[in-house]
Design a protein around this ligand. Structure first.
Ligand SMILES: [Cu+2]
Length: 354
């Protein structure tokens, strides 16, 4: 099938080439002035056709893309972001249409004709002033609106914000919630152990003892309540990408970055909006971070009420409870003292070496 299509395309090109060559030979026999005038007319009308087809193509492309667009923004910042995008697309769209229409209309209207001569028009200060200041002012207004929203997005989170930590590692996200003390305990990368201490929590800091960790990267938040995400990375640079909330922030090893927003659409509501019973908010990794990058997906659950979130938190066991270091074993009476771990390791080594 693809061979036939390819052969057809080649054939069409050959035909066009042959027709062009034949008409070239034919024009040699005619009056050159007449030929030039006819070519000019054809070209002028082709410009009109090009404009109409081009505009239709642009319209169709956008129409076909619509079903793949993201649903309404699920965060307050995202609403501002979407409105800016809309205004920018409308303003630039109008300018694009007008300038393109003029460009193609000029080509058609002022096509070369025997009796018309070119008008010498080298310079016009008024015109230059207009086409410099109008776009400059428009851009300045768009930038000013952008800065206003940017300052809000990057400002400090409100004091009543829920605080959650989100840490990236090759290749998944880990979330951490403070317990009753409302504080996240200290972390130290030297204490990290995949089996027993996934985030390297310092057990000497008692604030760590009630922290809840979710190793599958579930981020539970509440509709209408600001959330501050404290972002970190265990290995390489990742990036927290929240497409439904229109937000993104890098996760850099050794540096703490933050992000805050207020979710305005709960998971349940978004299921109704999208008509998709299986809808889940996604945490994507927006930074190519290694061969498992594609699979680095966390989820956000936006609860309708604080009670629902509290109920979920109550069901979780603090990480420390399950992974706390075993107290020093004291040998019970009558039992042999456990072998010194160092000696055991050494003897194993010696055996394997033999
Ligand atoms: Cu990543």
């Amino acid at each position: 099938m693809s061979f036939i299509i390819l052969a057809l395309v080649v054939l069409v090109f050959v035909i066009i080439y042959q027709v062009a060559k034949a008409s070239e030979y034919a024009s040699d026999l005619r009056n050159p002035k007449e030929v030039a005038a006819e070519t000019n007319r054809t070209m002028a009308w082709l410009f009109v056709a090009m404009f109409v087809l081009g505009m239709w193509g642009i319209w169709e492309c956008h129409r076909m893309m619509m079903p793949y667009m993201l649903p309404v923004s699920a965060s307050d910042h995202g609403v501002n972001y979407d409105s800016m995008l809309e205004v920018t697309v409308i303003v630039t769209g109008i300018v694009f249409f007008i300038t393109q229409a003029l460009l193609f209309w000029f080509s058609w209207r002022y096509q070369a004709k025997e009796k018309t001569t070119a008008f010498y028009f080298p310079h016009n200060n008024k015109l230059e002033l207009i086409w410099t200041t109008v776009p400059a002012l428009t851009m300045a207004i768009l930038v000013a609106i952008g800065l206003k929203h940017w300052f809000k997005m990057t400002s400090d989170a409100p004091a009543n914000a829920q605080v959650v930590e989100l840490v990236g590692k090759q290749f998944n996200w880990v979330t951490r919630y403070p317990g009753k003390d409302k504080a996240l305990g200290k972390r130290d990368f030297r204490l990290i152990s995949d089996a027993k201490n996934v985030l390297g929590q310092d057990w000497n800091d008692r604030a760590n003892h009630d922290d809840i960790i979710n190793e599958t990267g579930e981020l539970h938040i509440v509709k209408g309540k600001p959330v501050k995400i404290v972002i970190g990375s265990r290995d390489v640079i990742h990036s927290v990408g929240l497409p439904h909330f229109r937000l993104k922030m890098d996760a850099v090893p050794g540096i703490t970055t933050t992000l805050w927003f207020t979710p305005i659409v709960s998971t349940k509501e978004m299921k109704a909006i999208t008509g998709n019973e299986n809808f889940v908010y996604e945490i994507a990794c927006d930074q190519m971070c290694g061969n498992g990058h594609y699979s680095m997906r966390g989820t956000i659950i936006v609860h309708d009420t604080q009670t629902q979130l509290d109920a979920w938190l109550l069901m979780q066991t603090p990480y420390y409870t399950a992974n706390k270091p075993k107290p020093e074993a004291t040998p019970a009476e009558g039992e042999a003292a456990p072998a010194n771990p160092a000696t055991t390791t050494d003897s194993t080594k010696t055996i394997s070496m033999r």
